[in-house]
Structures are given as C-alpha cells and as structure tokens.
Design a protein around this ligand. Sequence first.
Ligand SMILES: Nc1ncnc2c1ncn2[C@@H]1O[C@H](COP(=O)(O)OP(=O)(O)OP(=O)(O)O)[C@@H](O)[C@H]1O
Ligand SMILES: [Mg+2]
Length: 262
Amino acid sequence: MTEPTVLFRGTGVTRNFGRGKHLVEAVKKVNFSLGQGQITTVVGESGSGKSTLARMVLRLLPTTEGLLEFDGRDVTTITGPERAAYWRDVQAVFQDPFSSFNQFFTVRRLLSRSFRLIGSAAAGRDRMEEALGHVGLSGADVLDRFPHQLSGGQRQRVMIARALMMRPKLLVADEATSMLDASLRVNILNVLTDLRDELGMTILFITHDIGQACYIADQVLVMEQGEMVEQGAADQVIFDPQHEYTRRLLSDVPRLTDQSAG
Ligand SMILES: Nc1ncnc2c1ncn2[C@@H]1O[C@H](COP(=O)(O)OP(=O)(O)OP(=O)(O)O)[C@@H](O)[C@H]1O
Ligand SMILES: [Mg+2]
C-alpha cells in the first residue's frame, strides 16, 4: 500500500495549562500526521489530552509549543482572514448536538446561517441539500423541524451536514457519537466511513472508546496523560499493540452493539 498524502501534520505539539504547582501538561510534544482521505482516530482515557489536541488542530486553542501544518502550510499562528479561511477547510462536530442548537430555530434556519459564508442563498440551498444527502437525510424530512422533533441520531447527522456545507477538507469529530445509544452510534460511524469512501474526506475522530476506534479507523493514535504512546495503521495497533497501555485499552473493548457499552 502506498502512503497517503499528508493533509495535516503536527510536530512537537504541546499545550500547558496553568503554571507552577498548578501546571497541567495536557499535551506533551506530540508528533502525528493525518493522511488525506483517511480516518485517524485518537483514543485514550478521560483526561489524556484528546480534546486539547483537537482544539489545537481546530485552531480554537493556541499551542504552547510546536508546529501545525495544513496542506503544506504553517497554520500554527495564523489569524484574521487566513484563519477564517482555515475554519472553512477544517470543520468540527462535537459531542452534544443538542447544545449547539437554538431550540427555537428550525433546522432550515440553523443551516441557513452558513449561507453568508458560502456566498449566495441559492448556492447555500444547493449545498444544504447536498450535505443532507451525504448524511442520509432529506430536506423534506428535517428542514422544517425543530431540534426537539429530531432523534439524537438525526440531530447529530444535521450537525455533520452543517459542517459538510462548507465542503471542508478535514472534519474533526470529538466524541461525536458518545451521547448516542449503540445502534445510532454505529449508524453515525457508518456515515463517517461513507464520507471517507465517497468524498475522500479526511477525518480526525476522537473517542475514549477503543471499540469505536477499531470500527472505523485507518490509523490509530493512542494518548496517555498527554503523550502519544502508540500510533500506526489500525490493524497493526489493534492486532499487534506495542504499548502496555494500548493492550489495557484493548482488553476492555466494549462491543459496539452492546447497549451497556461506553
Ligand atoms: N481550559 C483548561 N484549563 C485547565 N486545564 C485544562 C483545560 N482544558 C483541559 N485541561 C486539562 O487538560 C487535561 C486534558 O484534558 P482533555 O479535555 O484534553 O482530555 P480528554 O482526553 O479530551 O478527556 P475526555 O475523554 O474526558 O474528553 C486534563 O487534565 C484537563 O483537566
Ligand atoms: Mg474530550
């Protein structure tokens, strides 16, 4: 297999919070790359630094140290219009889709807010239908509904559609399936693999659940207490883990269809 083109590269990426005896080294000199058209999963226990890493990739949180390169460009400290352009190329989906909704806005109104960035309302409407199609929803079914009229899985799919409307090159999903029950979770994981397979989307998928990591990842990055203790092709990490911490996570793989899981 030929190595995929690198879309995103992090070198020596570090983030500290606080100082002195309150210093928290949330992410410590982490090196990683995201292959174009691949799903890379970051897995690790709560507090291992996954979200901190994701927020740095998203440029929502400054790095303490290190280099972030996107599409061959240094994006570590870009600001203003450069960062605005970056935020079109790199979109995010978070854990709780409900909290991202205004309860009094229909899905149409929520999604229409991106029209301004897209350019025109007509282009926006096309993108909206296109994006809903990518997540297996039809406009007629969801556009005139309010958030409470959607299922949890539909809400999360709407949020993915909202991200897709910008036609991002990289989609970052931080615990995007954690609030869903097992069957809906598989459903969203399948939406993500379809995006990879059909659009060639590059996805950074964050989870504390190595079972989900195994299910969708091409590449797995394992974090423990801010350090990246293991990384490699998914098959290699899953079937031949090199690090004790990875083995421990794997020994506790929740079955994806198990209702009691994660
Ligand atoms: N804004 C902040 N201020 C201080 N400490 C922080 C801040 N954000 C994160 N941390 C600390 O950094 C460490 C990593 O947190 P992070 O949220 O990245 O973990 P995580 O792997 O995403 O965990 P989870 O699986 O629970 O989401 C933790 O010790 C956390 O308390
Ligand atoms: Mg987190």
